[in-house]
Design a protein around this ligand. Structure first.
Ligand SMILES: *[C@@H]1O[C@H](CO)[C@@H](O)[C@H](O)[C@H]1NC(C)=O
Ligand SMILES: *[C@@H]1O[C@H](CO)[C@@H](O)[C@H](O)[C@H]1NC(C)=O
Length: 380
């Protein structure tokens, strides 16, 4: 039996069932069928070698066509931070079933804080060996309310969290100088390019968002593609940067060759290797200041400290991942720059969690929930 499973994994290495930040402001929050699916994982599938019309905003399974409920926005407090729940399934967040199946981790299970698997953590599928190796993730913003008007040239990365994805509750910092959005809000996007540990894919998901407490009116400048600049800060793209578009059939905006300082195959990511500092990206406001005052979002003083949210959840440890992430610095291996890949790079990448296993997970959740459905607080 075990042999059969292993064989199946080798035959079908298709990457599935990964992670995404859930939030009521996200497209596809209720799935992609039209009725609300409290167990949806439609948004968590990675993007790999797809044409741009398919990967852009996860169009290949129509995520971009299922906007959040009217009035649901991801609120971005200028100078503060906002919170999302990174999970492999909405059923494992506080947004479904009153959080009954949510733990500190993205898959509703429990692991040690120093969770470390030399051959790569595959449960949950984080594409990393441990927290310090987690590649980093980002949110970008486009100052339009119309998702169809978003392009790489008006979608700029405004916040990065090093060493994520890791735990479920994840906070991102908002630059203090973020200007207000148009009346109908902005379009935001989440991105993640894992560093090894499986298929070298990427993530690109849309959200409806708006800046609150905006004081500045200087617009975000036109973003430029990031470049690989590990240990060479002078070469990094300065000012506003595009998201990383990599390993797709077309629409890529970065190319890398060879090995990084740690001896792994170069994998562009939202970290110092591509010139992204951790936290708020404060150098993006290079646009021409407009003469008119911003619409909506009047300045609300300096009340937004820490994680102010438009929703609440079981966030007693909400700042742990951030604190842990901040303490750590990307530390490239000091001396070994041999031209051969490290052992971790040369082993066969582990396949992502098998579809059948996922189905079993989902079945378990369904069964466990048979009696709780109707009492769900989520009546969108
Ligand atoms: C994380 O994983 C890498 C690669 O296996 C390893 O070199 C490093 O020591 C690990 N770090 C921790 C804190 O376990
Ligand atoms: C490391 O790289 C530098 C620059 O390419 C080279 O001069 C040096 O010999 C390399 N060191 C090792 C140990 O390979």
């Amino acid at each position: 039996m075990l042999v059969l499973l292993v064989a199946a994994a080798l035959i079908a290495p298709l990457a599935r069932a990964h992670l995404a930040p859930f939030h009521p402001g996200m497209y596809g929050f209720g799935g992609v069928t039209g009725s609300i699916n409290y167990n949806t994982d439609d948004v968590v599938h990675p993007l790999y070698q797809l044409s741009k019309d398919q990967w852009w905003f996860h169009h290949y399974n129509n995520v971009d066509e299922f906007p959040p409920a009217d009035g649901d926005f991801m609120e971005l407090p200028a100078g503060g931070s906002f919170q999302v729940e990174i999970a492999s399934n909405r059923g494992e967040t506080s947004f479904s079933f009153k959080g009954k199946f949510a733990t500190d981790w993205p898959d509703g299970k429990n692991y040690p804080d120093d969770y470390n698997v030399e051959t790569c953590i595959t449960s949950p599928n984080m594409h990393t060996q441990n927290q310090s190796r987690a590649a980093g993730t980002a949110f970008a913003i486009s100052y339009t309310s119309d998702i169809k008007k978003v392009t790489p040239d008006n979608l700029a990365v405004f916040t990065v969290r090093y060493h994520t994805p890791w735990k479920r509750i994840t906070n991102y910092d908002v630059p203090a100088d973020m200007p207000a959005c148009p009346e109908g809000g902005c379009i935001c996007a989440w991105g993640w390019v894992p560093n090894g540990c499986g298929q070298p894919n990427m993530y690109h998901l849309p959200y409806r968002c708006k800046v609150t407490g905006a004081k500045s009116t200087t617009p975000v400048g036109t973003p430029k593609p990031p470049v690989w600049c590990e240990n060479n800060p002078g070469a990094c793209t300065k000012g506003p940067k595009q998201m990383i578009y990599w390993n797709q059939a077309d629409g890529n905006n970065i190319q890398v060759d060879g090995y990084d300082a740690a001896g792994d195959r170069k994998s562009p990511a939202y970290n110092a290797k591509c010139g992204f500092p951790d936290g708020a990206q404060n150098d993006i406001f290079t646009g021409k200041a407009s003469t008119s005052s911003p619409s909506g979002s009047p300045s609300s003083g300096s009340s937004s400290s820490g994680s102010s949210n438009s929703f609440t959840n079981s966030g007693s440890d909400s700042n742990k991942p951030v604190a842990a992430g901040r303490k750590k610095v990307v530390t490239p291996a000091s001396s070994s720059n041999s031209s051969s890949p490290s052992p971790s790079a040369s082993v066969e990448p582990p396949a992502c969690k098998k579809r059948s296993a996922r189905r079993a997970d989902r079945r378990a959740i369904h069964e466990a929930l048979a009696g709780h459905r109707r009492r769900s607080p989520h009546t969108l």
